[in-house]
Ligand binder design. Structure first.
Ligand code: FE2
Length: 235
């Protein structure tokens, strides 16, 4: 796993520059007269064959929940663990750590293409358990570069409630609301309804929250922060 302050990536990132971003001067770039100046990436990874992983993580989290009181942060109701999840040990936490490292590598590739790099990656993670009616207020993750969440168990949401327990991202452009043209997209939110085995990775400054979960069972997710240090890009 890539615990706190472990080497993250010391080999060339694989793949090619992100689709939809042709090199300046290319025919495709010249054909598109629109510059989208401040896009905000939200990476989605659906890890395959996650049934055993999710069962193991769920058992681990619920055992912690039974033994320790909740931390009090963004949660309204529900339970949050301490931020030391990456030290809980075992094969499931190790696999989660590998997934986080891979997601970080994909985010770097989207930014710098195939350039090689080295860095240290500090990872902190914690668990969230929401029951019927629980939610998380809007917040950011200060003093980090990337944040993310991995979905272990979505419980048994009431299908009549949509969206239900979804994560909601707020438009990061505070000035976009200075005018409103009916029918023209303006200030917005971006709501994602996750599924078990899915991981999201997004800039830590991007304000977000979790909409109320309505239903039965336990909704278990694992949140994490990434802080990059000593980043060296090769020419
Ligand atoms: Fe968060």
């Amino acid at each position: 796993m890539p615990p706190a302050d472990s080497p993250a990536a010391d080999s060339p990132a694989a793949g090619s520059p992100a689709a939809g971003s042709p090199a300046a001067g290319s025919p495709a770039a010249e054909a598109d007269p629109v510059v989208r100046a401040f896009p905000t990436p939200i990476f989605r990874h659906l890890w395959p064959d996650s049934g055993d992983l999710n069962a193991g993580l769920r058992e681990l989290v619920l055992a912690r929940r039974a033994a320790t009181p909740s931390a009090s942060r963004s949660n309204v109701g529900g339970w949050q663990s301490s931020h030391d999840l990456m030290t809980w040990g075992g094969p499931h936490v190790a696999r989660l750590g590998r997934y986080i490292n891979e997601a970080f590598g994909a985010a770097m590739e989207a930014q710098i293409g195939t350039r090689a790099f080295t860095c240290r990656l500090a990872v902190t993670a914690w668990a969230n358990v929401n029951l019927d009616g629980d939610y998380n207020r809007h917040h950011t993750h200060a003093n980090n570069h990337w944040s993310g969440v991995y979905y272990v168990d979505l419980g048994a949401p009431d299908p009549a409630v949509v969206p239900n327990g979804a994560i909601e991202f707020l438009d990061p452009r505070p000035a976009v609301g200075v005018y409103d043209l009916p029918g023209v997209p303006g200030y917005s939110t971006w709501t994602l309804q996750p599924q078990p085995g899915e991981m999201l990775l997004f800039p830590a400054w991007l304000r977000h929250g979790v909409l109320p979960f309505r239903g039965r069972g336990t909704r278990v997710s694992l949140a994490f922060n990434l802080r990059v240090a000593d980043l060296k890009l090769q020419r």
